[in-house]
Ligand binder design. Structure first.
Ligand SMILES: Cc1cc2nc3c(=O)[nH]c(=O)nc-3n(C[C@H](O)[C@H](O)[C@H](O)COP(=O)(O)OP(=O)(O)OC[C@H]3O[C@@H](n4cnc5c(N)ncnc54)[C@H](O)[C@@H]3O)c2cc1C
Length: 232
């Protein structure tokens, strides 16, 4: 479906991350994990970029996507936008979906790769699904963690969700996991990893590295779903 969306709300998720909400049009159905194409007119040219949907289809009133602010042209234009401003939206697209069909899933993501996972976590909580969910979410520093409050809150309401934060540049007082997502970390934090379906999302190099970690753990490719955030 294509529609012109007027921004209804802008929410800061981290120092360099903002979410944009729109009224969800009637008939705009999507699955957790899918993405939309967002179009802006920049200096007379229509420019489109894909963004994962960070809301859940259980949230009837709005549709949300979330942008990591990079200082580049498209990003700066989004960053300057206000409630009421419009953009062209088209979708949904993508096959990295979750509809509650698995008993156990493991989500591995880095940085802005959290966006489809937020949608999956909210979907599971809102529908009270039985799916056991483990999420390993990697960032550089504590300040970089987007959606921390929302994830902590979702975890409180859904005992079936376990969120593990890992930092690659942690300060001395950080008590969580340290380092990049690797085979040893997956084995330690998700001991029943062999029974899970994996969802991977992040910049291409990160997704490739997580895939090779799963290869080391002898996880069959058909048990892995992934979305590479090409463009980073
Ligand atoms: C399926 C999918 C889902 C996605 N979901 C999200 C999401 O939820 N949130 C999100 O923030 N992004 C997401 N992305 C990525 C998004 O589409 C953009 O590509 C990304 O946000 C960067 O856009 P930008 O305009 O900020 O930067 P761009 O201008 O596109 O820059 C991207 C990269 O190119 C480099 N670059 C740009 N211009 C130049 C130049 N002139 N010379 C050299 N290097 C340059 C930059 O350093 C940067 O590393 C997704 C991508 C895909 C494919």
């Amino acid at each position: 479906m294509k529609f012109e969306g007027a921004i209804t709300q802008i929410i800061r998720r981290a120092h360099d991350v903002k979410s944009f909400r729109f009224k969800r049009p009637k008939g705009f159905d999507y699955k957790a994990g899918q993405f939309i194409s967002v179009g802006l007119n920049i200096d007379g040219q229509d420019v489109k970029k894909p963004f994962s949907i960070s809301s859940s289809s259980t949230e009837i009133g709005y549709l949300e996507f979330t942008k990591k602010l990079t200082g580049h042209v498209f990003s700066n234009m989004l960053d300057s936008m206000e409630v009421g401003d419009v953009m062209q939206i088209d979708g949904p697209y993508g096959n990295m979906t979750f509809e509650g069909e698995y008993e156990r899933i493991a989500m591995l993501c880095g940085g802005i790769g959290i966006t489809p996972m937020v949608s999956i976590c909210k979907y599971g909580m809102d529908l009270g699904l039985d799916t056991d969910m483990a999420l390993i979410y990697s960032n550089s520093t504590q300040e970089d963690i987007a959606f921390k409050d929302e994830l902590d809150e979702t975890q409180k309401h859904n005992p079936k969700l376990n969120v593990i934060y890992t930092l690659t540049k942690a300060c001395a007082t950080w008590s969580g996991c340290r380092g990049r997502i690797c085979a040893e970390m997956i084995e330690k934090e998700i001991p029943d990893y062999r029974d899970r379906i994996f969802y991977l999302c992040g910049p291409p190099a990160m997704v490739e590295s997580m895939e090779s970690a799963l290869g080391e753990l002898r996880i069959q490719p058909e048990r892995i779903k992934q979305e590479m955030l090409a463009g980073y």
